[in-house]
Each structure stands twice: as C-alpha cells, then as structure tokens.
Design a binder for this molecule. Structure first.
Ligand code: AGP
Length: 608
C-alpha cells in the first residue's frame, strides 16, 4: 500500500522526506513524490518509477530549504502508475497539496460535482478529488477547511495536507489507514509506518481512526472529529528497522496472514452497496453472459487453487460448466476456447509469464477475458478486457496468503453477480450470501486468535518428512493450497489428495506415524471424509482434523482437532485456509526456514 511521510521542523524537510520514503520502499510502490514550500508557493516534485528517479529529479532535495513538507510512495489503486497519478496532488490553484493512503469510496460522485463547479482533473486518482475539495471548502481557516472536507469523505484514508497560506504547519488525518506521529526537538513527523520516522526520532504516538493531528516545528496537537483536543501517550520505539518494516512481526508472511481481515474488508466493502453487487471494472451484461457456454479459470500456483474453488462455487451457483486450468498446461493444450467462453485469469503479480500467455491464447481464440489481479497497471491487468482488483496491498512474502484470500472473495462476488444476472439465484439468496461474505473478515479475525494454539501444535510436526492433506470438493480445493503453503516454506514433502481417491493407490504410502491433515468443513460430506480418515487412522496415521464446532466429529476419532466457525458451505474455503496457513508458517518457523524468501522461489515467475 502507499506510504506517507510529513515533516515540520527546524531543518530542511526534503532530505528527511526522501530518507523516510526510502524506509517505506519495502511496502512496494510504483511512483514517488514530495511537496515542499519554495518562494511562497507549494512546489510538487514527483515521478513514476523508483525513488532514485525522484532523487535524480530534485538533486536529492538539496535545492529546497523549506522546513515543512510531505512525501509519498504510491501503490496504484485508482489509475495506472504514471507521473500524473503520482502523489502529492495539488488543488486547482495550488492552494493545497495532499498525499493519501487508502481508498475514497465516494470519489466518483465528488469528482462529478467538482467538475460541474469548474475543477479540472489532471489524474485518474481518487486522491486528486480531495485536493480540489479542500480548495472548494476553503474558509481561510486551515483546520476548519480540513475538518469540513473529511466529513464529506467515505472510505479509508490517511492524509497529509499542506496549505500555501500556512507554510509553517501541516495537518494529517487518519481513518482506517495507519498514521503515526514522531516527535523530536528537530521537528515533528507523520508517517504511515515506524521505519520512516526512525531516522529522526524513536518517540512516537499512534493516531486512532477519526483523529486529526496538527503539526508545527514545536507542537503536536491531536483532535477528534469534533475538534476536541486529545492527549496521547508518547511511546519509545525499541524495534530495529528490520523489525519495524514487519510491523513488529518476525516475518512478512505472518504479518500478511494477520492483515487478511483488513485486506478482505478493503476488497469486499467497495463491491457491496445497499445489498447490491458493484463490480467496478467489469460490465458483463446479461446478454453477454447468456452466450457463455463454459468458463475457464486459468492461473498458476495458489492462484490456480483459487480457480479450483471457483469451479465448485460457480458451478453450484450458475450451473455453467467450469474448468480450472493450470496456465502452463492450458497454453500448450490447443484448448477448446471460442467466443462462447468466459476466461477468468487470476494473478497476484499480474506478471506471471504462463498466465499472461494463457490470457493471450484465450483472447486470440475469441474468449471474453476477465482478470483478478493485485497489482494495478500490471501486464495481465492491462491486457484483459475486464479487470477486478484485489485490494490486498503489496504482498512481500513469496508465499501468498492475503492475496489468495482476497482472490477468493472476488471469486464469490463474480459468481454471485453472474448467477444473479442469469436469474439462477433469487434476491433472497443473493442477500444472504452478501451478508455472509461481508461477515468473513470478522470470522477470519476470530480464527487468527488460535494462532498460539497452532504454533504450539506445530512444534510436534517440525521434523516431518511427509505430509498429506485430504478433503472432498471444496475441502480438497483448500487442501491443495494448504499443501503448497507447507511445502514451499518448510521444504517438507507434502501432497493434497481428494479423500475419496486415496484408496486408489496413494494409501499404500500411509504407515505408522504418517502425518495426515483431514479437512472436513463441508458439512454434507463430513461423514464421507471421516470414513477416509478412519482408513488412514487404521494404518497408523497421525491425524490432525480441521472441522467446525457443530459438525459432530468426536475428538477420539483423530489425534488432534481444530474447530473453526462456520459460514455458508461455498464460503468455507475462506475460513479453513487460515489455520492451515498458520500451520505451514509455524512448522517452517520451527524448522528455522527462510520463510519470506524460500529457496528456488520468486515472488513473481516472469519466465516460462
Ligand atoms: C504461492 O504461495 C506461490 N508464491 C506461487 O504459487 C504463486 O501463487 C504463483 O506463482 C502465481 O503467482 P501470481 O499469482 O503472481 O500469478
């Protein structure tokens, strides 16, 4: 996600802003910029590309003596990576400059109103709307203008704001996007994350949601939305920079596992309004969908596993044949794809070579193509006819978790949208499913609380040589992902198997002490799965069973049992994957593996 830095102090701001942005680079970004005062105006310097491009553009900031400024590294959400879409954004007359992290959900309506009032937009971003809105609302009082403007915003935002008429101060606002204040004798700061503040000070205080902070060189004042002043404890950061970049977690992977509720909320919320589905970026009409005779979901790795879930979900909801395909297989299989095919491409990076080529094959053969991608402006996003973004934010760990989870959420919404448009489900069903989808982040949050229990359990399995994950239907789809998570970061050989298929050969590998994870979260299939679990138990396997509190499995039937909350059967993958991500992580941790950068793997496989 984006990174914000702001400074008001007794020394030049530009070098401090650049150093702060450098400390936020780990978060992933595609452009950077700063705004400082020069000759009584706000000077904005920004460029697409890496931070060094900005440093080169402004000669490392040595030409600016302004002691107040804001800076930004952009992770593109609304609008592709470009100079124009980079932050900071200036208001029409240059009266305000702002940086923003988050998503302004009502930016389209605000943009329309401002355009009618004569404002011209230079970018595609939601952020520029806020800059012009500040100017529109300007009363001569900086604080009053900020307060009035943020009252009109919906969504999530951390803002840093400069006003040309107030060159010795700045305001910052926090709502659902992190913002931290740094305090020192040299000056005061705001930043999205602690690493950006550490070069100046270790004294910090955290802003809470719906708080405004006013900074000058000598003062920091925090207010609530009613402008009541708030006292806030100042803490001292003990972390080193590496720990700070991971938010205090030991690895990016566990940080990203814990970020899943937030990533799910940010991916789901903008797509459900007043009980209706709003899939921005997709405009498949009923007529177009009625021509669809088959759906191919094509991807690699974990993204392919989302496709396997999608197969079951879409076939259940829409009654259209669905084929989940591995991209590297699909592209050379002379596939049966034509204008009656809908091809769904899934990719976190949007750059996976096999997936990109599969997209090109599908387009060439006349298919309608829709991509689910996490990186705005990536090759797959640019080449697909329709694109829906997961708002998971940058995913640093090679092993995907939050991107996988947000891809699942979009898969459910796409399936529901198609089923509704084709009249395969009624409004009551849609309403019920949307409520269940909106409840997923909270249920995931609840499951994450058993992390210590899973960490303790994982110590037992740190010396495994083999592991088997068994499940049926959607449980099998999740078993595929759970198995990959374990093997790719712990280097333990692991297989996922359709539980009913085991007896057709692989059960010969089961012997005393073989570790088996059973997935029994599809209520109507629990009895069938448990009969397969009994088969492996009878051959000496040690079984960890993942099921739901009230599915009636007795703990004496297995060696360990993990109960998770329930939801609609078709949405259970979003819940059952979480403890299995944690299991893989803690087993790898117990084996002292290089969890964020496993051997032989890359975050994005851009070669065949
Ligand atoms: C999953 O943990 C792996 N990192 C890998 O399987 C990944 O899902 C696959 O390479 C696809 O990447 P993409 O989503 O960026 O296309």
């Amino acid at each position: 996600m984006c990174g914000i830095v702001g400074f008001t102090g007794k020394k030049p701001a530009a070098p401090i802003l650049l150093e702060g942005l450098a400390r936020l680079e780990y978060r992933g970004y595609d452009s950077a910029g700063i705004a400082v005062f020069k000759n009584d105006k706000i000077s904005v310097k920004k460029s697409c590309g890496k931070l060094q491009m900005l440093r080169d553009l402004i000669n490392d900031g040595v030409d600016f003596d302004s002691t107040v400024g804001i800076g930004h590294t952009r992770w593109a959400t609304h609008g592709k990576p470009s100079d124009e879409n980079s932050h900071p954004h200036r208001s029409q007359s240059g009266l305000f400059a702002i940086v923003h992290n988050g998503i302004i959900e009502n930016y389209a309506s605000l943009r329309k109103t401002l355009k009618k009032k004569g404002y011209t937009f230079l970018s595609e971003t939601d952020t520029e709307v806020v800059a012009h809105l500040l100017e529109e609302n300007y009363t001569g009082d900086f604080f009053e203008t900020v307060s009035k403007t943020i009252a009109m915003l919906e969504g999530s935002y951390a803002l840093g704001i400069l006003c040309k008429n107030n060159p010795d101060e700045m305001y910052a606002v926090r709502k659902s996007s992190p913002l931290i204040v740094g305090l020192s004798d040299e000056g005061n700061m705001v930043a999205s994350d602690i690493p950006a503040i550490l070069p100046v000070t270790r004294k910090i205080c955290y802003l809470n949601d719906n708080e405004i902070v006013h900074l000058t060189a000598d003062s920091v004042e925090i207010f609530d939305m009613d402008k009541n002043k708030i006292e806030r404890e100042v803490k001292t950061v003990e972390w080193d920079v590496s720990a700070a970049e991971k938010g205090g977690y030991e690895h990016f992977m566990i940080k990203e596992i814990m970020e899943q509720p937030k990533a799910l909320r940010e991916t789901i919320a903008p797509r459900i309004k007043d009980g209706q589905i709003h899939l921005d970026g997709i405009n498949l009409t009923k007529e177009q969908l009625e021509k669809v005779q088959r759906i191919n979901i094509i991807a690699c790795g974990s993204a392919y596993h989302v496709g396997v879930v999608g197969k079951y979900v879409i076939e259940q909801m829409c009654r259209i044949p669905v084929f989940a395909e591995i991209a590297s297989e699909f592209r050379y299989a002379d596939p049966i794809i034509d204008e009656n095919s809908l091809v769904i491409i899934i990719s976190q990076s949007g750059e996976t070579a096999d997936t990109l080529e599969a997209l090109r094959v599908a387009k060439k053969q006349g298919a309608t193509t829709l991509a689910i991608v996490n990186v705005v402006g990536s090759s797959i996003a640019n080449e697909a006819q329709h694109v829906l973004y997961t708002w998971a934010g940058p995913e640093i760990s090679v092993a995907t978790t939050k991107a996988y989870s947000t891809q699942l959420a979009l898969m459910y919404l796409i399936s529901l949208d198609i089923a509704q448009k084709l009249g395969r489900v009624d409004d009551k069903y849609v309403g019920k499913m949307l409520s269940s989808i909106e409840a997923l982040p909270e249920k995931v949050e609840k499951i994450l609380k058993i992390a210590p229990e899973i960490e303790e359990m994982a110590q037992r399995y740190a010396y495994l040589e083999h592991a088997y994950f068994l499940g049926r239907n959607l449980d099998y789809a999740v078993a595929l992902e759970a198995s990959l998570k374990l093997k790719e970061i712990s280097y333990i050989h692991s297989e996922a198997y359709a539980a009913g298929e085991l007896k057709h050969g692989t059960i010969s590998l089961i012997e005393t002490g073989t570790f088996v994870v059973g997935l029994a979260c599809t209520e109507r299939l629990v009895a069938k799965t448990m009969s397969n679990i009994k088969e492996v138990k009878a051959r000496g396997a040690e079984v960890l069973l993942l099921t739901c509190e009230d599915y009636g499995v007795h703990s004496e039937e297995v060696d360990h049992i993990l109960d998770i909350p329930t939801t609609h059967e078709l949405l259970m993958p979003s819940l059952e994957v979480v403890p299995l991500q944690l299991l893989g992580y803690y087993i790898a941790k117990a084996r002292n593996c290089d969890i964020d950068k496993p051997r032989n793997l890359a975050k994005s496989v851009t070669v065949e």
